[in-house]
Design a protein. Structure first.
Length: 265
């Protein structure tokens, strides 16, 4: 009689189980959930009040409220900031021995990374939905694109955040230090955030900063999200999606290579 050999569960099952494990670990830390939701809401409140006066300047689009201009950009920025948590979470799993136990199981290494990416995408989606609700109820966010355009902008922000998560997962797989991950992440995010069209129109920036903003990939993602939410002629969406796909592919390649290195290194 032939001997049956168990070869482990299927790839989708592994991803599903590991994604559920990451989400349950997040829910077991209510304080983390609370502050991860609170941070973007505070950012939306502060920036809407600090920069709101620019609506009276000549460079600002006429007839547009600042909250309608700001919120699509905050969606993209929040997704970018949340992507850093993917790398930090992976480093924490490396340091607390979880990944060492995973290596002893008949699972493919890429499922661990994909599950981390997907669980953080779910968390980010929850953040973005709450932010839109907060913008509507508190600040009167009423984009011309309506709910459909706003959801399209949310979807684009999620794609951008999902792609950047692979970058931070790749960095985490190689550096394996939470402090270094945070330093690298903030050094990368702040220039991307402020040297862009996120908070003020590009033509209102100093000349040298305009040059940076015009080649900043976040500017194109923000402009695309804004055009979707505000029912403007949709430009840059295809470019943002293609760029995100390329970033995700490169990030995933280096993430898997780094993850396969011995944990002791």
């Amino acid at each position: 009689m032939a001997t049956l050999t168990w070869h482990g569960s299927s790839y989708p099952t592994q991803v599903l189980v590991l994604t559920g494990r990451s989400l349950r670990a997040l829910l077991r830390t209510p304080a983390l959930v609370f502050f991860s939701v609170l941070q973007p809401l505070i950012m939306l409140t502060l920036f809407s009040q600090i920069f709101g006066s620019i609506t009276s300047t000549a460079n600002f689009p006429p007839g547009m409220t600042y909250i309608n201009y700001l919120l699509p950009a905050i969606l993209v920025n929040t997704a970018m900031q949340s992507s850093l948590a993917s790398g930090i979470g992976l480093v924490q799993d490396m340091s607390n021995g979880v990944l060492a136990r995973f290596r002893s199981l008949p699972i493919r290494p890429s499922t661990v990374l994909l599950a981390r990416n997907l669980s953080d995408a779910v968390r980010t989606g929850f953040q973005l939905v709450l932010m839109i609700a907060f913008g509507v109820l508190v600040f009167g966010f009423r984009p011309d694109g309506g709910m459909l355009g706003t959801l399209a902008a949310l979807g684009l922000a999620l794609v951008v955040g999902w792609a950047l998560s692979w970058v931070f997962i790749a960095i985490a797989a190689w550096v394996r230090k939470a402090e270094l991950m945070q330093t690298v992440g903030f050094l990368a995010m702040f220039p991307l955030m402020f040297a862009s069209s996120a908070f003020v129109p590009v033509n209102g920036l100093p000349g040298w900063l305009q040059a940076i903003a015009k080649v900043n990939p976040l500017t194109y993602a923000v402009d695309a999200a804004r055009s979707l939410a505000l029912a403007h002629p949709v430009t840059g969406v295809a470019g943002a999606l293609v760029t995100s796909g390329a970033i995700a592919a490169v990030g995933a390649f280096f993430a898997i290579r780094g993850f396969r290195r011995p944990l002791s290194i």
